[in-house]
Each structure stands twice: as C-alpha cells, then as structure tokens.
Design a protein around this ligand. Structure first.
Ligand code: 13P
Ligand code: SF4
Length: 302
C-alpha cells in the first residue's frame, strides 16, 4: 500500500469518513472507495450511511445531492471545480412558465442537475430508474429536464404519456454517432454494443443493451458474449474488466472521457479529508425543496 493510500485509510478511520465514488473517476480512486456505483446507488448510500463525513469522488451535483439527502452530514468534494456541464442545461424561468401554463404538468429532473433546478422539480430520476419513476407518476404530461437523450429514451418506453423534452445533453455522450458504432462493429464483428441512454437515439437504436453504468456492468457480467463495444465514459472499464477478466471491452470511439470526473485524484481526497475542506454548502430553502424531489424518486423507484 502506498503511503498516500495509507494516509487516506488512517484519516478515514480517525474522522469516521467514507468515500463514495462514481464509475467515471480514475481507476486508483475507484480502487480505494468504500462504495462505487451509479448515481442511483450512490444516492441510496448517501441517504443511509452512518458515517460522519462523506467524501464524494465525483462531480459537484453528486456532492450536492448527497448533502441534500443528508443535511446533518459533512459532504466534501475533492475538487469542487469538477462539474457536469449538463447539470446547468435547463432554465428555472422556463420551468416556472411551463408549470404555470399547465398545473397538471410534472417536472421530472435528471439527477445530473443543479440543486436550483431540483428545487423547481416534482421528482428526480437517474438513468437506472427514469422509466420506472415516470411510469409511476400520476401525471399524464411530463416536462423532462435537462437531458434530451435520456428523455427520449424514456418517452420511447412510456408511449402512454406525453413527454416534453428539455434541450440539454452530456457533451461526452452527445457526440457519439451511428457511423462510429457501425465502424466499431466492423472492427469487432463479434462484439455486442452496450451504451448509456445519454447517447443520441441513433446510437441507442443500434445497441444490444442501453442502461445506466451499473446496468451496463450487470448486463456484461450476465452475457455469454466475450467482446463488447462500450458507449459510455471509459472509467466504467475499470469495473467491467475487474468483474470480467476474460472478456474484452472496447470504447466505441476515442473521445469518451469526462475531464471533470478525471479531476478527482488521491491527493485531493487526502487533502480534503485532512483539512475537512471543500465542504458542500446548499442554501437551506433550496435544499428543503430539492430534497422533496429526491425523496420522491427514492419512494417511487423502490
Ligand atoms: P449513471 O452512473 O447513473 O448511469 O450516470 C451516468 C452519468 O453521466 C453520471 O454523470
Ligand atoms: Fe456530466 Fe457527462 Fe460528465 Fe456525466 S459524463 S458528469 S453527464 S458531463
């Protein structure tokens, strides 16, 4: 064990802290985390843990979500500048106007969003539970923000509802194309194509499986196939290879990297734990309202 890792272990015990990591952070961070998972799993852990301090190895909306669900805990972000571009791609004034023009409308907000957007939403979703939550809502008309692609993935599976799409997108997944999938298939003709629903519809339509990061990992472990083309951020390869050492995984294209997730390093984890710095702060009123949307998700996704 390197001394940096030892320092983190000692600090964790001393401060009764746990490290939560998303599948997109660097391999060495996933390796030392107490909990690694997709956004839904990490929200449940954040809600249930007895730890005093939560170090969130991920981007800022994840730290904010953990803080909202657990306001009495200290949530630390190793790098507070690690942000998700999509989390800002919706507009509060537009949400208000939509709700005003149709009081029956439900605003469904992907967890990849700021606390301010969650505050004006009726319910949150993650990619692992979006279909289930939208189906369970009593509302017929849904305004789905910010991700247009996850929104259209849900709309295809819940045709009985009218889903109005926001115009946000994840820059990492949005740029994948059908041509790239087809040329990757040509290079690896025996591989199955597994993608995240943040990819455009033309990519999802060519996939053998589309789901959250944990969904992709589970489906790959359960599959009899030996090769896979993966259409999501490449951090997920760490867990895929760990669980399936005999299977082969290839990214669909070369740009599948979320540079913000890669800002999380062991050094920054050690520093924020040691100094108890970079504590996530969410305004109490915003937090209270955003918490309602997050708890609705946890209830409806059960
Ligand atoms: P999931 O791990 O919940 O599938 O989310 C993907 C993502 O983009 C997180 O930023
Ligand atoms: Fe946001 Fe995309 Fe990065 Fe996920 S991969 S944190 S959605 S920018």
């Amino acid at each position: 064990m390197s001394s940096l890792r030892e320092e983190i272990e000692i600090l964790k015990k001393e401060k009764q802290a746990v490290i939560l990591a998303h599948y997109y952070v660097p391999d060495e961070v996933q390796e030392i985390a107490d909990y690694t998972g997709d956004s839904f799993y990490l929200s449940k852990v954040a809600k249930e843990t007895d730890a005093k301090i939560l170090v969130f190895a991920g981007v800022s909306f994840m730290g904010e979500s953990a803080q909202i669900l657990n306001p009495e805990k200290k949530v630390l972000l190793p790098d507070p500048t690690a942000d998700c571009a999509m989390a800002h791609m919706a507009d509060v004034e537009k949400i208000k106007a939509m709700k005003e023009s149709d009081p029956e409308l439900a605003v469904v907000c992907y967890i990849n969003s700021t606390a301010e957007l969650k505050r004006y939403s009726d319910v949150c979703v993650t990619s692992a539970n979006a279909v289930k939550v939208v189906k369970a809502l009593p509302n017929q008309r849904i305004y789905f923000i910010p991700d247009q692609h996850l929104g259209s993935f849900v709309a295809a599976q819940v045709p009985e509802k009218e889903i109005i799409l926001g115009d946000g997108y994840c820059p990492v997944h949005h740029q994948m194309t059908a041509e790239e999938v087809l040329s990757a298939k040509e290079a690896h003709p025996d591989a199955l194509v597994f993608v995240h629903p943040e990819c455009p519809k033309e990519v999802v339509d060519l996939a053998d499986y589309a789901g959250s990061t944990s969904g992709i990992i589970k489906a790959a472990a359960e599959s009899d196939a030996g090769e896979f083309l993966i259409g999501t951020e490449t951090g997920v390869m760490y867990e895929l290879k760990k669980q399936n050492p005999d299977k082969k995984f290839y990214p669909i294209q070369k740009e599948q990297c979320c540079h913000d997730m890669k800002k999380v390093t062991l050094e920054k984890i050690r520093d924020c734990l040691r100094d108890e710095s970079n504590e996530v702060q969410v305004d109490a009123e915003v937090s209270e309202k955003a918490k309602h949307a997050m708890e609705q998700m946890l209830k409806l996704a059960k």
